[in-house]
Design a protein around this ligand. Sequence first.
Ligand code: GTR
Length: 403
Amino acid sequence: MDEDAPRALPAVSRLEPRDELPDPLEPLDGDRVRTAEDWRERRRELRRLLRHYVYGYAPEAPDIETETERTAGVLDGAATLVETEIGFPDLPADAPSITLALYLPTEVADADESAPVLLGLNWGGNHAAVADEAVTITDRAREYGADERGVASDYWCVDRVLSRGYGFATYHLADVDPDNPDRADGIRPYFDDELPGPPGTEWGSLAAWAWGLQRCVDALRERDGVRSDEIAVTGHSRCGKAALLAGATDERIGLVAPHQSGTGGTALSRDNGQESVGDITGTFPHWFADTFSAFHGQVDRLPVDAHCLAALVAPRPLIDTEGARDYWANPGRALDALRAAEPVWELLGEDGAADDLPLHEGDEMSEETVGAVCQFRRETEHTLDAGYVDAILDFADVHFDRA
Ligand code: GTR
């Protein structure tokens, strides 16, 4: 049976309120999870619950077709740019496509070697992430992206990523869904007849962006120069929520690094005290399935929460990077989620999280200090910069055996 095929799940009003967080190792019915095999079953259940009540059901992976163009010597000679247009042959010709920009370190590309790749979801257009005339400014980016090239280059610091021996890949969220409450102009309407869930559980923008990241993984795994089992996924804020969802629901992704992802990302919805379910579904109703808004004021009925999404990443490594002064994203409730998810890594034979989380800038990252689950904080507000990129890559170095 398809792991996402919905069986009848109760309406929100019929879910039992509960004081405690749902236990990721306690199925809805049946015995507590004790083995890796039991976990596979519970994992399917959690994934279904998360889709049904929070993010919505996305369609199956479609066939893709790709067209690629390579430009050597971009970023002052530091990288070869590989731009791939990812199209969907089974959709009508006017359906959106994804423009994936991949930068490989020049020494890797020239030697026909391969590199681990950091895949980030961007909001301003591929041309905003990297200031180089070679980067295509897509029609979507002209409509929905930043006006100028390179406005987010200090944010993504791709030169830094390359200098550490990693490739960097990115796509613009508007290619798939322009973050628009009326759903117009995105890919979602093309799949209206193919969604596996009942009415009210259709995918929102977060699930669509996550699906887009997964299509990028489809394409990256076919590319020379990419270590297919060392693709790390990241994104900031709403893009961090989508990155976590993508990584949690796609076991081909080797490492998951949501950055300041907040409610709907790593921070628990229960007892959040910052951005509540009512706040987020009131301002951004299109990010989620319609079912999620019904938990406003009754969050104790949620049969899943952020820790269940985090747990789907296990046994793969997960780093949650947070700003200590980024109160709205709620690093404290994100850390609580990681702690509540940790037993799943332990069940699967991994070291969960170190005792003294969060790590801070300057703390050593090694196998001894980080475990498979880590939270890292810097003294910042809501931003992404080289300090965070370095932390993600330090963690990736440990897990990809580069430390
Ligand atoms: C905020 C929203 C957050 C976060 C952020 C962003 O307004 O409340 O959940 O996603 O936007 O993506 O920039």
